[in-house]
Ligand binder design. Structure first.
Ligand code: SAM
Length: 446
C-alpha cells in the first residue's frame, strides 16, 4: 500500500448496553521474590515455587533464576508474579521482539499478546509442544511426542518466519477515556502506550494509529485481508452495527472466500493455507466416502469444507454448520460450485441433536460412513457435542483445535467412547504468543 494513502476510518459497531466487567488490575506494590523457574504452564506463564507454594511467573524461561514481583496473592494455593530482573538467564533468552514488552519495563506497562517474545523461536515451539503433550497425557491418557511446526514460508507471503513477527492480519487496539489508543497491558484491561506493533503484518503496522486520539470510540480494529486494502474500523461498543456490513475477500491458493470484514478468519497470514493443507493431509482416503454425510462443524465461511472438496473433487457431499447466519450465507456462496455442499445456520449441539432425532436408517448409515471436520472456538466441542457425535458414530473426525487443554479434554472423551487418536500435528500459527494450533485425526475403533 502506498505510504501516503489515508486509512479508511469507519464507524462499525453500536454501543453495548452492559460493558464487560473489568478485571482487577494486578498489584504493583507486591513483594519481590527470587524464583527458580521449573517448567512451562498452560496460558503463557511458568511454574516456580516459593516456600512450598506454586507461583505462576510471567516473562521467564524454565531453568532461569529470576527476581519477580508478586502481583496476585488472592488465592490460597498459588500466587502470580512478573519477572522484574533475570538473575541467571537461559541460553534461549533473546531481546524481546516487542521492545515495550521487555522485562526492562515495569510489568504494568508491558503490552500483552507477545508473552513468548523473549524466547528463541525453537524453544517457543518446544514449550508449546510440552504444553500440548502434557495436556494429552493428563487429560486424555495419551502419551505422544509433539513437534510444533513453523508455518511454511511458501504459505505466508511477506511474513518473517525467522523471528515470528509480521503475521497478524487482525488486531484490536483499545481506546482510553482520554481517546488515546493502545493495546491492553498483559493480564489487565489498562491501556498502555506503544510506538510499534511488531506482530502485525507490515501493512497493518504502518496503519496502526498509535499516536492518534479517537474520542468516543472504545476500540480500533485493524484488518488486512489477503486481497484488497487494509482497513481501520472504529468500534463504539461490543455489538455489530445493524444494516449493511462491508465484506472483504481472502485468498487461499487459487480459491477466494468472501466474508464480513468483522467476521471470523484465521489471523496468521499463512494460517488458512496451513490448515487447508493439514486437513487435506489428515483425512484418511481409505476412510473417506464422498457420498457419505460429511460435515464441517463450526464451519465459518467454508474454509475447511473447501479443503475437503478441493481434495476429493466435485462429487463430495459436505454440510457446513455455523452459528453465525452471515458467515453461513457467505459459506453457501463460497461453496456454491459444489452441488453436494450445503451451509446450515445452527448451533452444533442443537444441529446434532436434531440430526440424531430426525434421521432415518439410510441417513444414519451415511452418517456412520462420514468424515467430520470440526474446528470449534477456544472452549472446544465439549461433552454434549462429543457424546452426540459418538452416538452418530462417523468413521473419522479431523479436529482442528486452538486450545490444548480443551482439545485434550475432548480427546479424552472420544477415547472413552470408542475413538482413538490416530494422528496429530501441531502448528505455530501464533508466534511469540503461547498459543498453538493442533490438528488431529480420530478414528472409530468399535
Ligand atoms: C475457530 S472458528 C473456525 C471457522 C472456520 N473453520 C475457519 O477456519 O475459518 C469457529 C467458528 O465456530 C462458530 N461457532 C462458535 N460456537 C458455535 C456453535 N456452538 N455452533 C456453531 N458454530 C459455532 C464461530 O462463529 C466461528 O465461525
Amino acid at each position: 500500500m502506498p505510504e501516503n494513502r489515508r486509512p479508511r476510518r469507519t464507524g462499525g459497531r453500536k454501543p453495548s448496553r452492559s460493558p464487560r466487567p473489568t478485571p482487577k488490575p494486578p498489584a504493583t506494590d507486591g513483594p519481590v521474590i527470587e524464583l527458580e523457574v521449573e517448567r512451562v504452564a498452560h496460558g503463557g506463564v511458568f511454574v516456580a515455587r516459593h516456600e512450598g507454594r506454586v507461583v505462576f511467573v510471567a516473562d521467564a524461561i524454565p531453568g532461569e533464576r529470576v527476581a519477580a514481583r508478586v502481583s496476585d496473592q488472592a488465592k490460597e494455593k498459588f500466587w502470580r508474579a512478573e519477572t522484574v530482573e533475570v538473575l541467571e538467564a537461559s541460553p534461549d533468552r533473546r531481546e524481546h521482539v516487542w521492545a515495550e514488552a521487555s522485562v526492562d519495563r515495569a510489568p504494568e506497562l508491558r503490552p500483552g499478546g507477545a508473552e513468548f517474545g523473549h524466547i528463541r523461536m525453537e524453544r517457543q515451539r518446544a514449550l508449546k509442544g510440552e504444553v500440548l503433550r502434557d495436556a494429552l497425557a493428563r487429560m486424555a491418557g495419551v502419551e505422544v511426542g509433539v513437534e510444533v511446526a513453523p508455518v511454511d514460508p511458501a504459505l505466508a507471503e511477506g511474513v518473517s518466519v525467522d523471528d515470528g513477527t509480521g503475521w497478524r492480519t487482525r488486531m484490536r487496539l483499545h481506546v482510553g477515556a482520554d481517546g488515546r489508543v493502545g493495546p491492553y497491558a498483559a493480564r489487565s484491561h489498562s491501556i498502555v502506550p506503544v510506538t510499534s506493533v511488531p506482530l502485525a503484518v507490515a501493512e497493518l503496522a504502518a496503519l496502526a494509529p498509535l499516536g492518534d486520539r479517537f474520542p468516543g470510540a472504545t476500540a480500533i480494529d485493524l484488518v488486512a485481508p489477503s486481497a484488497g486494502d487494509p482497513a481501520i474500523v472504529m468500534v463504539e461498543g461490543d455489538r455489530p452495527a445493524r444494516g449493511s456490513r462491508p465484506t472483504i475477500e481472502e485468498r487461499v491458493g487459487d480459491r477466494s472466500f468472501r466474508l464480513d470484514r468483522d467476521g471470523f478468519w484465521q489471523v496468521h497470514r499463512g494460517a488458512a493455507a496451513t490448515l487447508t493443507r493439514a486437513v487435506q493431509e489428515l483425512v484418511d482416503d481409505d476412510l473417506f466416502d464422498p457420498r457419505a454425510a460429511n460435515h464441517d462443524l463450526y464451519g465459518g465461511v467454508g474454509l475447511l469444507a473447501a479443503a475437503v472438496g478441493d481434495r476429493f473433487g466435485e462429487t463430495v457431499r459436505i454440510t457446513t454448520v455455523e452459528s453465525d447466519a452471515r458467515a453461513t450465507e457467505h459459506a453457501g456462496a463460497n461453496l456454491s460450485e459444489w452441488l453436494g455442499a450445503r451451509a446450515v445456520t445452527a448451533r452444533v449441539d442443537r444441529y446434532l441433536a436434531e440430526l440424531e432425532a430426525g434421521s432415518g436408517a439410510a441417513e444414519r448409515a451415511r452418517l456412520r460412513d462420514a468424515t467430520i471436520v470440526l474446528d470449534p472456538p477456544r472452549a472446544g466441542a465439549g461433552r454434549e457435542v462429543v457424546e452426540r457425535l459418538v452416538e452418530l458414530h462417523p468413521r473419522q473426525l479431523v479436529y482442528v483445535a486452538c486450545d490444548p487443554v480443551a482439545f485434550a479434554r475432548d480427546v479424552g472423551l472420544f477415547r472413552e467412547r470408542g475413538y482413538e487418536l490416530d494422528e496429530l500435528r501441531a502448528y505455530d500459527l501464533f508466534p511469540n504468543t503461547h498459543h498453538v494450533e493442533a490438528v488431529a485425526r480420530l478414528r472409530a475403533i468399535v
